[in-house]
Design a protein around this ligand. Structure first.
Ligand SMILES: Cc1ncc(COP(=O)(O)O)c(C=O)c1O
Length: 386
């Protein structure tokens, strides 16, 4: 069977397998020493005082909504160019989602449009969730300024951006945002199988998060060893030691993984630069892109090619692409609930028409890169490219 080249993939080596095996042989395979170690390592790597690992990035976002007590009447701002999990955490807390369009260099939430909204709204804006789309940081300086001026919490949904930097700082996410979420799904820059975390500098928040992920159980060992109390309903969003062992081992290779992703991106840049009807991703001077995605834009309209035809042809050649993302305001739930119109989101709609996520992951070979780019050129230009 022909091997499919996917847009993203995990990269597991013997060291990963050995550490997971060690975790399997431990006396505790959940909530043991590997959980604590993974949290400590993540805090150190991303320069946060505290870290709570959870079952996935979706749970991490939802727990922030619960932690900050979002409720009916609260408004949370976010980007329409993200995964479903980003706004779903707002809706699951019964708060209102307000999508603000992206700016069209980095495809992240546009601070100017955020400020325009804040100037005229009477809504209670409680927080803004920014997404470092594809691994390129948002304009966090401007977003922090607005958060201070208009008094709301700043959350960095950093699920794409482990290993990114801003102004040469790998701890930028926590520096600017009050709370940061990460995901360790296999297509991400590092994986723990499934997994996620919340990073913050606030001891009380971190304590609450650790209680919340464990069915809101508060141990009361002073009274008796078996005693515990519960003050609000909680969840089981724990991450096992097996996942954490894999995460610990993968985190050690994050810088190398990102370096390899950047090398692949550079090759793609060189191949696609100045080609007609193709736009390559931007990396601003102050940013260090971690290329969770290589988000290419192809002007299908000019080329008179249907995007779905292009996808099919690529798959026939064994290349599985993806689109990140169908803008969230186009999802039936959001469209219907908030009566959203595409005409209010020109940048993200334009981007969606053109966006194609092409294969990028450590281990993608030069031959595979050449194969992918050759097929793209063959299909869109209808010529044999050499
Ligand atoms: C931007 C963003 N936020 C949140 C998530 C949710 O993470 P998880 O899949 O670990 O639940 C993802 C996952 O793809 C994501 O890309």
């Amino acid at each position: 069977m022909k091997k499919i080249i996917n847009y993203g993939s995990h990269n597991i080596d013997k060291k990963d397998i050995d550490l997971v095996s060690k975790a399997l042989k431990s006396s505790l395979i959940t909530q043991g020493q590997f959980v604590k170690k993974f949290e400590k390592d993540l805090s150190k790597k991303f320069k946060s005082k505290f870290c709570t690992v959870v079952s996935n990035g979706t749970a991490a976002l939802f727990m922030i909504g619960k932690l900050l007590n979002w409720k009916k009447g609260d408004t949370i701002l976010t980007t329409p160019v993200s995964f479903l999990a980003t706004p779903n955490c707002i809706e699951l807390c019964n708060a209102e989602t307000k999508f603000i369009d992206i700016e069209n260099k980095t495809n992240t939430i546009d601070p100017d449009q955020v400020e325009n909204f804040l100037k005229k709204t009477k809504k209670k804006v409680k927080a803004l969730i920014g997404v470092d789309y594809a691994g390129h940081p948002c304009d966090w300086e401007s977003l922090r300024y607005l958060a201070n001026k208009y008094n709301f919490y700043l959350i960095n949904d950093g699920c794409h951006a482990m290993g990114s930097k801003l102004n040469n700082d790998k701890g930028y996410a926590k520096k600017f945002a009050d709370l940061v979420t990460q995901s360790y799904h296999p297509v991400k820059a590092l994986t723990s199988g499934e997994g996620g975390s919340i990073l913050c500098n606030n001891f009380d928040w971190d304590t609450k998060l650790k209680i919340l992920r464990n069915n809101s159980m508060v141990r009361d060992k002073k009274k008796a060893l078996w005693k515990y109390k519960m003050f609000q309903p909680g969840f089981n969003f724990r991450l096992s030691d097996l996942n954490c062992a894999l995460g610990i081992s993968q985190l050690k290779k994050l810088d190398l993984f990102v370096k390899q992703r950047r090398q692949i991106a550079k090759k793609y840049d060189e191949i696609f630069e100045n080609k007609k009807n193709i736009i390559i991703p931007v990396e601003l001077k102050k940013a260090y892109h971690s290329y969770h995605l290589y988000s290419l834009q192809i002007n299908f309209k000019n080329l008179k090619i249907e995007k779905k035809y292009f996808f099919k042809k690529m798959l026939n050649n064994g290349i599985k692409l993806q689109v990140h993302y169908i803008p969230l305001y186009m999802q039936p739930y959001y469209k219907k609930k908030y009566k959203l119109k595409i005409s209010n989101f020109k940048n993200s709609y334009n981007f969606y028409q053109k966006e194609v996520s092409i294969p990028i992951y450590p281990g993608l070979t030069d031959n595979q890169i050449n194969f992918v780019t050759e097929k793209i050129f063959n299909i869109i230009y209808g010529l044999k490219y050499d």
